[in-house]
Design a binder for this molecule. Structure first.
Ligand code: MN
Length: 442
């Protein structure tokens, strides 16, 4: 059910957009991820686009040009004049699939070339791809949960519910920004080890979290759970997500109700949403060790063992202010893979709705930090530095946690034998100094 291939996945397809045929592009014609853009600094209306090579195909322009007239009127209405993907997301999988096929046919080599429908990505600025009504962050990497648990609770790193329940919390949608986001180092309460009272000031242990974002498409009515076998039909696509985290605030506040101000000051996502249909050739079997509890029936489906997981390589790089001044690129600090997740996308959707909770078009789920089994596959500085006890090298500078001016860049891509590589582009974000005293009192 998860991995139906069609002509849009044909590895032999080429595009009349030459850059889409180059080795190493994130956006060959087999990808076709959706985003919202305009020419930078133009004041133009935001509109929906699809990445192709180093260009963006302007979908509003394609509708106006009449070349998408084979699509249902409702699909064209969900594109033309829209400043977010929400209306398109609400249409559901058959409409998304028909649109993908039409775009593949319009952009492939041999079709009429329409250079006027393209905007160079280098000339574009992006908005959030959707109006995000609700944001939920999960905790699906058992490697991350165990490593972090060991730091926060050495006596009981992995709580007994972990292997039964996809753990999550309701996050904050208002502070989610698109790649390029800059935010001030948060202020807050922290308590030093051994101190009896907290102090107030700038966060000293600012961290990133390497995550996959899951955009909900059609959603469900209140009181009507989404069965696991239908869960992927409710998902529009995946993006990259950096869930910035203030570890010192987190350690003091997180019990008994979970993360709060340690997490809600900023979260950053990539501008491009890669559809599940585009990811169909890059699926992997999901496994649950025989000596671990098997999922309860509502979280289990035979198809999980065939193709429940996504084989997506994820990478974090950091560029300090000094590196930026010197023109040096961000230096890679770790790499992991989404296929190592303990829970699948479909399990998250089924679990989130099993009590009747309704998901809506444009809702965002975070996968939780994706750390692999090896130490150098950790998706946060908290893990890479053993809770700040050891430093890592970032372009010749020592780091435990993030410094002001640091830019964190995350990338993701999928590869498979005999298939083109497809990518997510990147999500970047930069830490600004904390607000000063005057700003605080104002
Ligand atoms: Mn997180």
């Amino acid at each position: 059910m998860n991995a139906i291939l069609n002509e849009t996945h044909d590895p032999a397809l080429r595009s009349w957009v030459a850059s889409a045929n180059r080795d190493g592009t994130d956006f060959p014609i087999q990808n076709l991820p959706f985003g919202v853009f305009r020419r930078a600094g133009s004041g133009e209306a935001l509109r929906i686009g699809v990445a192709i090579g180093d260009q963006i195909a302007d979908l509003d322009g394609l509708v106006q040009a009449g070349v998408l007239d084979t699509l249902a009127p409702g699909t064209r209405a969900a594109i033309a004049g829209q400043t977010s993907l929400n209306a398109l997301m609400a249409l559901g999988r058959p409409a998304w699939s028909a649109l993908r096929l039409a775009l593949s046919q319009l952009l492939r080599a041999g079709a009429d070339e329409m250079p006027a429908a393209l905007v160079a990505q280098a000339d574009a600025e992006y908005a959030l791809p959707a109006r995000i009504g609700d944001y939920t962050d999960f905790y699906t990497s058992i490697h991350h949960a165990t490593a972090v648990g060991r730091l926060f609770r050495p006596d009981e790193p992995l709580l007994p519910n972990y292997k039964w329940v996809p753990i999550g919390y309701h996050g904050r949608a208002s502070s989610i920004g698109v790649s390029g986001q800059q935010f001030r180092r948060p202020l807050g309460q922290t308590r030093a080890p051994g101190a009896t009272a907290p102090s107030f000031g700038p966060c000293k242990r600012l961290d990133y979290e390497l995550e996959v974002g899951i955009f909900i498409g059609a959603g469900n009515a209140l009181g009507e759970p989404i069965a696991i076998g239908a869960a992927e039909q409710a998902v529009f696509g995946l993006c990259l997500l950096n869930d910035w985290s203030a570890r010192d605030l987190q350690a003091w506040e997180y019990q008994p109700l979970g993360p709060f101000l340690a997490k809600n000051f900023a979260s950053t996502i990539s501008p491009w949403v890669v559809t599940l249909e585009a990811l169909a050739p890059y699926r992997a079997a999901w496994q649950r060790n025989a000596d671990d509890p098997q999922p309860l029936p509502y979280l289990d489906d035979a198809s999980l063992r065939i193709s429940g997981a996504f084989d997506i390589t994820l990478e974090v790089a950091i560029q300090s202010a000094a590196m930026r001044s010197a023109g040096e690129p961000a230096a890679r600090v770790s790499q992991s893979n989404f296929r190592d997740s303990y829970w699948t996308v479909s399990q998250l959707v089924a679990h989130h709705t099993v009590n009747g909770c309704n998901l809506q078009p444009g809702d965002l789920l975070g996968s939780g930090t994706q750390s692999g089994p090896d130490a150098d596959q950790a998706g946060s500085l908290l893990e890479l530095t053993a809770g700040g006890k050891q430093t890592i090298d970032v372009g010749g500078e020592a780091r435990t946690f993030l410094e002001d001016g640091d830019c964190v860049v995350m990338r993701g891509w999928a590869e498979a034998e005999g298939r083109p590589r497809i990518g997510f582009g990147e999500v970047s974000g930069t830490v600004l100094p904390a607000a000063g005293g005057l700003a605080l009192r104002a």
